[in-house]
Design a binder for this molecule. Sequence first.
Ligand code: KG4
Ligand code: ZN
Length: 340
Amino acid sequence: MENKKDIYILGVETSCDETAAAIVKNGTEIVSNVVASQIDSHKRFGGVVPEIASRHHVEQMTIVLEEALQQSGLTFQEIDAIAVTEGPGLVGALLIGVNAAKALSFAHQIPLVGVHHIAGHIYANRLIQEIKFPALALVVSGGHTELIYMKEHGEFEVIGQTLDDAAGEAYDKVARTMGLPYPGGPQIDKLAQKGEASIPLPRAWMEDSYNFSFSGLKSAVINTLHNASQKGISIPKEDLAASFQSSVIDVLVNKTERAAKEYEVKQILLAGGVAANQGLRQSLEQAFRNNESIELVIPPLSLCTDNAAMIAAAGTVAFEKGSRGQLDMNGQPGLPLTAF
Ligand code: KG4
Ligand code: ZN
């Protein structure tokens, strides 16, 4: 029997504030995974400054690429394709990765594959566990909150999404109001573990739909803080964090459970930066612990936040399905999630 050749994909990710390159074997195995985070540079501004992000990407891109290749022990001749985040994201940031990938593709005559950032987040799960279809992905990041039904590899049906703020965005905005440093998600998560969810906050259930809304909750937290400060009352930060977090998680977990049942999925895939949230991980584990027909997959923290291994993992499937990018590829800030 003929042995199937191993496929090595070089992934490149620069959509936001992480410059990343990684090499993945057969879409499932990390060979090298390098991430240069810019968080410290953006902290003092309380959020990602696009212009600063682009400059850092320019400085870091070559270094990160060289390191990913060096750690893998491979040469460009052994790389089957270069997968790069084409969008969505900050246009100036995306362009750095896209242009680096195009230059390498041209110089070494290696096929190019454009990858949707969210497809990448979902495929981070395949680096942990082979995906079983149909699957349901709960995507929770700084820019996205979506429930995505996957009938097969590379097929994405968005069955619910946020109508306003993304979950991570709500975390970051609430954290900012509470005077916590950027990025606020992990800060609130830490505080929440020490607090009681004792402050009543709304939950946007939007019955009969898998859509989400977090802006009302965000406003409620801001109002609670303002009212308290006007009355000279201080609210324990831990309790406010725990209350906010439980409002977010209750809705996320409830809708995921409901969709999983209705769509009769075999797996739940957790994806995106907010998947690093300890409270969310614990609640999902609890919700699916006794469910023998549904397997819950949760990537380790390092694969939840932005990285290039997930882009290479998704890129492998796209490459195998024949998807090819051309040298006129551009960064697409509003790229829709379509099938590979
Ligand atoms: O996926 P990601 O790294 O970048 C985007 O594609 O948006 O997600 C970043 C988001 C930020 O909003 C950050 O606050 C949030 O993920 N985040 C968390 C946690 N770690 C990161 N949110 C809640 N709890 C966490 N532990
Ligand atoms: Zn992301």
